[in-house]
Ligand binder design. Structure first.
Ligand SMILES: Nc1ncnc2c1ncn2[C@@H]1O[C@H](COP(=O)(O)OP(=O)(O)O)[C@@H](O)[C@H]1O
Ligand SMILES: [Mg+2]
Length: 240
């Protein structure tokens, strides 16, 4: 963690409502949350408590029904879709439970993909993708397609893809949900290293053993943040 404690993510009075009158679901109900640059946070809470909805808003993949979201001090609720896509590509990296790699592309090609939108020349794309894959320990797998890789290796390709544009924040929604405990640890070790190098990491997990390896735990229930600053030690005293 860096010493710089400037705010990178700030959610202010965020509401998210799905559906209309009869079918209305309040997925987020007045969420306030501040995350500083360099933090390593996990988001926990029961199924349906709004964790993914919050992550999708933080990741600029979805917009809140009301409220303000400041990403690096910019109110992203106020900007148009094109500007939002640009900011997402520049500042954020994503990792999902199901990897979301393109099956017909090699590991290297999958990792080069985000740079297609970032005005990077082909040689530099290849170099940076290779560097990212080395960083996650896959230098021997550059030309393998996803079906020639284990689940843990596929998730590491997805992490390389998420960091190749040098994001400020890495967002991960249940990144170890499809992995066994050994590969889970490999992924967590990579997250720790990335965080130590200065990247802010925010991860949703339902596994206490995973959350325990982060610095701060944010707890959701019924669309609300009920604890915003739990420590791994607090988890020990909670029946989870
Ligand atoms: N696209 C959607 N349309 C309607 N309801 C949704 C949608 N996405 C999520 N919800 C509802 O919003 C609530 C929060 O969901 P979610 O954020 O996925 O929870 P979690 O990730 O904590 O399991 C749930 O009641 C869920 O059913
Ligand atoms: Mg979810």
């Amino acid at each position: 963690m860096t010493n710089d404690k400037s705010t990178i993510i700030r959610l202010e009075n965020i509401f998210k409502v799905y559906g209309s009158r009869e079918t209305e679901v309040k997925a987020l109900n007045d969420v306030n949350l501040t995350i500083h640059e360099g933090e390593y946070c996990s988001i926990m809470g029961p199924s349906g408590s709004g964790k993914s909805t919050a992550m999708n808003i933080i990741g600029c993949l979805d917009r809140p029904t009301s409220g303000h979201y400041y990403l690096d001090n910019l109110d992203v609720a106020q900007i148009d879709d094109q500007a939002l896509a640009h900011i997402r590509n520049k500042k954020l990296g994503f990792v999902f439970q199901q990897f979301h790699l393109l099956a017909q592309l090699t590991a290297l090609e999958n990792v080069m993909l985000p740079m297609a939108y970032a005005n990077v020349n082909p040689t530099e794309r290849r170099d940076r993708a290779t560097e990212a894959l080395i960083r996650v320990g896959l230098e021997k797998r550059l030309n393998n397609k996803p079906n020639q890789l284990s689940g843990g290796q596929q998730q590491r390709v997805a992490i390389a893809r998420a960091i190749v544009n040098r994001p400020v924040v890495l967002l991960a929604d249940e990144p170890t949900g499809a992995l066994d405990s050994r590969t889970t640890q490999e992924v967590l070790d990579i997250f720790s290293e990335l965080n130590a190098s200065g990247i802010t990491v925010v991860m949703v997990t339902h596994e206490p053993e995973v959350a325990r390896q982060t610095q701060r735990i944010v707890w959701f229930r019924d669309g609300e943040v009920i604890h915003s600053h739990m420590t791994p030690n607090d988890l020990t005293h909670l029946a989870v």
